[in-house]
Design a protein around this ligand. Structure first.
Ligand code: 3IO
Length: 343
């Protein structure tokens, strides 16, 4: 054999070894499925914490076959551009707060009503059950990977709100039907996404907000809103949506991993949220000596009465959109009783 012949032989052997090495590693780089995941609020907030948990689980359960690139803080798509962005494929996956899109989710917006949920865990599980049962057509252009809610909403304000009267004309940030709840109580709601709220509070455009207490810590709102009035009214529902083509392109085993995670992720997020509200309040008490305010029983009763018409409004709109509104409401109530009893 010639010298070049020998070298060629060695080279060929090396190439075969390299090829073998590649084939024993779980997935070769070219085969990795890369997905982008857009989220609107800052990385510390609960929608982004649950995103990182989902990413980790998917990457682990697919043995590295899927790589999820996360974009918190509106770095890929913003609060109001995610819906269209995911539809058009600018991101594979996105997180949306349904209350930012009034009229777009006539069925799922039932979760923005004051229905008496006391935890994010029970509301998140009830929301997921509702989604699975009705497969609402408002999501037909997307694959819905999971859904969850915030904890019940409360008032975080610069000046104390001790009685219903103190709300009169007070500019407060909320969104969707939760803005209408504030309006029914005599306040002046200013609708905007959570991601726009720090600036609005700083500039004084709003004097407080109506949301769950996790943001006292995660967005440092306790510094500016020292008064926290407990109302425990409605929650904010969320959906994690995926571009339909990106979903259809996934292999079956990956689809199964994601489908299996749907309910589990809803529960994980609810439980994380409920614990985090406690941590956030303890932190805010320690760091800023916030004052917790309870309204009188009479005011709490008045809040319930004043917000009941919103349920009727929802029913009318939902019925107009071809939804079996009464059935939806009674299904949600049955889930609420089931999951709140399990606490
Ligand atoms: C929320 C939204 C983004 C980040 C943290 C949050 N905690 C509670 C909410 C719900 C809410 O107020 C909203 O606007 O979706």
């Amino acid at each position: 054999m010639t010298r070049t012949g020998k070298l060629t032989g060695v080279f060929a052997a090396l190439m075969i070894c390299a090829a073998m090495l590649c084939s024993v590693s779980p997935v070769s780089a070219a085969d990795v499925i890369k997905l982008s995941y857009a989220n609107f609020p800052p990385a510390k907030t609960f929608p982004c914490v649950q995103m990182e948990r989902w990413k980790q689980e998917v990457e682990k359960r697919t043995n590295g076959k899927v790589l999820v690139q996360t974009y918190p803080g509106s770095t890929l798509l913003g609060a109001k551009t995610t819906l269209r962005g995911v539809m058009q494929g600018q991101a594979s996956i996105g997180c949306i707060s349904l209350a930012y899109h009034p009229g777009v989710f006539p069925l799922s917006s039932v979760f923005e009503l004051p229905l008496g949920f006391t935890t994010a865990t029970s509301a998140s599980l009830a929301l997921w059950d509702l989604y699975e049962k009705y497969q609402p057509k408002e999501f037909k252009r997307f694959k819905v990977l999971t859904m969850f809610t915030s904890a019940p909403s409360n008032l975080m304000t610069k000046a104390p709100v001790r009685k219903l009267e103190d709300l009169k004309g007070l500019e407060l940030r909320a969104s969707g039907i939760l803005s209408k709840i504030l309006e029914s109580l005599g306040a002046t709601p200013v609708s905007m996404p959570m991601s726009a709220t720090p600036e609005a509070l700083q500039k004084g455009v709003v004097k407080g907000l109506f949301s769950s207490f996790d943001v006292l810590k995660d967005l440092n709102f306790a510094e500016i809103c020292r008064y926290e009035t407990v109302t425990n009214t409605a929650v904010y529902p969320f959906a994690i949506i995926m571009n339909m083509k990106a979903w259809n392109d996934l292999p079956d085993d990956v689809k199964k991993v994601m489908n299996d995670l749907g309910r589990e992720q809803a529960q994980w997020t609810g439980e994380y949220m409920d614990q985090h509200v406690k941590d956030s309040l303890a932190w805010a008490e320690e760091k800023y000596s916030i004052e917790m305010i309870k309204m009188s029983d009479a005011d709490m009763q008045a809040i319930r009465e004043k917000t009941v018409p919103l349920i009727e409004d929802w029913k009318k709109k939902a019925t107009g959109a071809g939804i079996a509104a009464s059935a939806v409401l009674s299904d949600v109530e049955a889930s609420r009783l089931k999951y709140e009893a399990a606490k």
